[in-house]
Design a protein around this ligand. Structure first.
Ligand SMILES: Cc1cc2nc3c(=O)[nH]c(=O)nc-3n(C[C@H](O)[C@H](O)[C@H](O)COP(=O)(O)OP(=O)(O)OC[C@H]3O[C@@H](n4cnc5c(N)ncnc54)[C@H](O)[C@@H]3O)c2cc1C
Length: 402
């Protein structure tokens, strides 16, 4: 395989880089550089709007629905350049997760109703799949939607809803028939979160951040024309959505950014007067994760280049998801190890650059901010989008034909 990009792709990279240099607001990039914190809603929508004005807010959408018509390699280059410039991701829930379901399975009216708000970022979305007793075993979900004339009456509880507190709409899996096989009785319903009976409550994660939420649905009246596709076919749409989610879960650019930050920290930190970067044991760990990251990136590029393989595509997506998540965890652990006890700084509540100001704490170098909270946050990457053990089962069943 050839590891260099074609000249037209390099020209595309230059165009993206120039656009980012001119249009990515500096304050927004500065906040994002520091690592995980929930990107403020205003930042998400501002950046989404800037990209939308350029026609670049929906790189993965087909041209007929407003996508820019980029090849998968160009999409990869775009993401690489955005990460390099410290641009935040735009909100995934609507653009990356719900939209493909709407334009693939929705009616013409639903496409017209939902896609423009997703593209512009004016309407942010929440994913309402998981429940307190239905995570890995999603098909056992209990939230019900009972038909009542031209409405459904929805009752139940969803949990772990990312950015649910930013969202004005949610896409939900609900049980419309409990007399059939669990997977057959599930439907995909769009719910306006301002409807009476919907309550969104925060869950505080162990790094102190508010990113996920519980959503309670108490006799919520939802118009029946908010149902996507056919009643009872929601499981098929959910699998389609989750496959999309996993294919984009390698997060190579995130790990590369954290590798660089770790290297910077290790150049500055010293042990007995010697820079940590020169410590053989530490340097070896850094090199090992860098080699694995490079290998992962080539694997992602092989998938993007549509290289022929004998492996099932769903199994390949699961492999990339597992490997990508493990590397995110290893590289952020190394950043924390490089800082030693100083990485515990977030316990004073100033770790979030949105609320804390590192400059007020001269004893703490700038690059301490965000390390601890990001390391803690990446514990979740082997859970969401399908837990690691479940991915391994998928791989063993599909790739090894069990
Ligand atoms: C930060 C974060 C954000 C999230 N965002 C969303 C969101 O926006 N919307 C949404 O709907 N959900 C979201 N989730 C939920 C996520 O999808 C679930 O947490 C995940 O599917 C696991 O389900 P669970 O938490 O119920 O754990 P369980 O399913 O109870 O699993 C617990 C452990 O048991 C293991 N296990 C379970 N079953 C098996 C099995 N059959 N074989 C082997 N091991 C097994 C799992 O791998 C895991 O290690 C989010 C979760 C997190 C942590």
């Amino acid at each position: 395989m050839e590891f260099t990009h074609a000249p037209e792709d390099e020209a595309f990279r230059a165009e993206v880089r120039a656009f980012l240099a001119e249009h990515l607001p500096k304050d927004l990039a500065h906040r994002h550089y520091y690592g995980f914190h929930p990107v403020p809603k205003a930042d998400l929508q501002r950046w989404n709007q800037i990209l939308n004005d350029k026609g670049w807010a929906t790189p993965h959408w087909p041209v007929e629905y407003g996508g820019p018509g980029w090849s998968p390699i160009q999409q990869h280059i775009f993401e690489e350049e955005c990460a390099r410039a410290h641009a935040p991701d735009i909100s995934w829930q609507g653009v990356r997760l719900a939209a493909p379901v709407v334009y693939t399975f929705g009616s013409p009216e639903q496409k017209e109703r939902f896609l423009p708000g997703m593209r512009s970022g004016e309407v942010l979305w929440a994913q309402g799949f998981s429940e307190p007793n239905a995570g890995s075993d999603l098909a056992s979900l209990k939230t019900t939607a009972v038909r009542d004339g031209d409405h459904y009456i929805v009752n139940g509880q969803k949990t772990w809803s990312s950015e649910g507190h930013y969202a004005s709409w949610g896409f939900f899996l609900v049980r419309t028939d409990s007399t059939v096989k669990p997977q057959r009785g599930i439907s995909f319903l769009m719910i306006d979160l301002a409807t009476p009976g919907v309550t969104v409550r925060p869950i505080t994660l162990f790094n102190g951040m508010h990113y996920v939420n519980e959503i309670f649905l108490d006799n919520v009246r939802v118009p029946a024309d908010n149902l996507i596709g056919e009643e009872g076919a929601g499981w098929k749409y959910a699998k389609f959505l989750l496959d999309n989610e996993r294919t984009s879960s390698a997060f190579v650019h995130f790990s590369r950014h954290w590798l660089e930050r770790t290297r910077e920290i290790a150049r500055r930190e010293t042990v007995d007067g010697v820079p940590l970067i020169e410590d053989t044991t530490f340097a070896r760990k850094l090199a090992a994760v860098e080699i694995d990251l490079q290998a992962l990136e080539f694997s992602v590029l092989r998938v993007l280049a549509d290289e022929k393989t004998r492996w099932d595509p769903t199994a390949v997506a699961s492999v990339l998801k597992i490997r990508g998540s493990e590397i995110q965890q290893r590289v952020t652990e190394l950043a924390m190890e490089a800082l030693g006890p100083r990485s515990l700084r977030s316990i004073d509540g100033l770790d979030d650059p949105v609320i804390g100001d590192a400059a007020q704490l001269p004893r703490w170098p700038d690059d301490v901010v965000g390390v601890n909270s990001t390391m803690l946050q990446t514990r979740a990457v082997t859970i969401y989008g399908g837990a690691k053990e479940i991915q391994k089962t998928i791989i063993s069943k599909l790739a090894f034909q069990l």
